[in-house]
Design a protein around this ligand. Structure first.
Ligand code: NAP
Length: 280
């Protein structure tokens, strides 16, 4: 009997609306790799059991999303430098007798900004959010040589902690609370990495923006709409959601598992068409 395709999955809670299965199946079709990929709902309480006694034992690799990225870091037997410094894991890769944990969120963002032609080097950059995503992008953003990097978070201490962690690796950033944003000079690039779009309220001063400021929301779908609407109403002409980052971080995971780098542009175009069909 044939063993069937290698099994991969994205784990999260909730996970029903994940686009990752579509993305990885498209990569597999384009590269001729034989894989199956499914979304599996695993609560934090069941996470250990899933790997010890459940379906986890049959997987050849996994993506990890909210709220499991820190648990995945703790599960991993070895961590990549990026996973160690950000403290979160979104990709598990099998190694002898265990798992190697990596995070591809940072590289996903950098590649998508590249695609858009939006620069970080020598620019004044503001990151809003210091949770898993904020931490995941802060290190590669700081390494891209911005003129100034500010990290603002609802809980100011968390932004300060992230700025301190960056400082310990020789990178420079300033942490602050959201209330301090009204005193900030306009920035060149604004990265929205908070989860406020999932039902919360985020009031940002329009004084953060100038005509050429680009505004990027790491969220996509409905969750990205409040920030993107705010940015457009405030006059920004370069505004994007995080769908491209989602595809790029997935491509890097696929490469880590299969050793083959899929093309991302056709898959992003497919997703955009799919989402347009669904909404209209
Ligand atoms: P997380 O670890 O739970 O962190 C949530 C962050 O949002 C924290 O900084 C939190 O501030 C802030 N926050 C939550 N509600 C808020 C509100 N009402 N007002 C202001 N700030 C609020 O989540 P995460 O992993 O960082 O994810 C954040 C977003 O990034 C999600 O929408 C996720 O989908 C997106 N993301 C996208 C990709 C991609 O590939 N495109 C990858 C990763 C994440 P406190 O510290 O004060 O709680």
């Amino acid at each position: 009997m044939s063993p069937g395709p290698d099994r991969y999955a994205v784990l999260g809670h909730p996970i029903a609306h994940s686009l990752s299965p579509e993305i990885h199946h498209a990569f597999a079709r384009a590269t001729g790799e034989s894989i199956s990929y499914q979304a599996i709902d695993v609560s934090p309480e069941r996470f250990d059991d899933f790997w010890r006694h459940g379906e986890g034992r049959e997987l050849r690799g996994a993506n990890i999303t909210l709220p499991l990225k820190v648990l995945a870091r703790d599960l991993a037997d070895r961590l990549s430098p990026a996973a160690r410094e950000t403290g979160s894991v979104n990709t598990l890769i099998p190694i002898r007798n265990g798992w190697y944990g990596d995070t591809t969120d940072g590289i996903g963002l950098i590649r998508d900004l590249d695609r858009l032609g939006w620069s970080l080097a020598a620019r004044r950059i503001l990151i809003i959010g210091a949770g898993g995503a904020g931490r995941g992008i802060a290190f590669p953003v700081a390494r891209s040589g911005p003129r100034e990097l500010v990290i603002a978070n609802r809980t100011a201490d968390r932004a300060q902690q992230l700025a301190d962690d960056l400082g310990r690796t020789g990178l420079t950033a300033r942490g602050c609370g959201l209330d301090e944003l009204q005193n900030l000079e306009p920035v060149d690039g604004l990265l929205h990495a908070s989860a406020a779009g999932h039902g919360g309220q985020l009031q940002l001063p329009v004084s953060l923006l100038q005509v050429r400021t680009w505004c990027y929301d790491l969220s996509y779908g409905e969750a990205a709409q409040p920030f993107m609407r705010w940015a457009r109403e405030a006059g920004a002409t370069r505004v994007s959601d995080g769908l491209g980052m989602l595809v790029e971080q997935a491509a890097e995971s696929f490469f880590l598992w299969r050793g083959v780098r899929p093309e991302t542009a056709p898959v992003l175009a497919m997703l955009l068409a799919m989402l347009r069909d669904r909404s209209g």
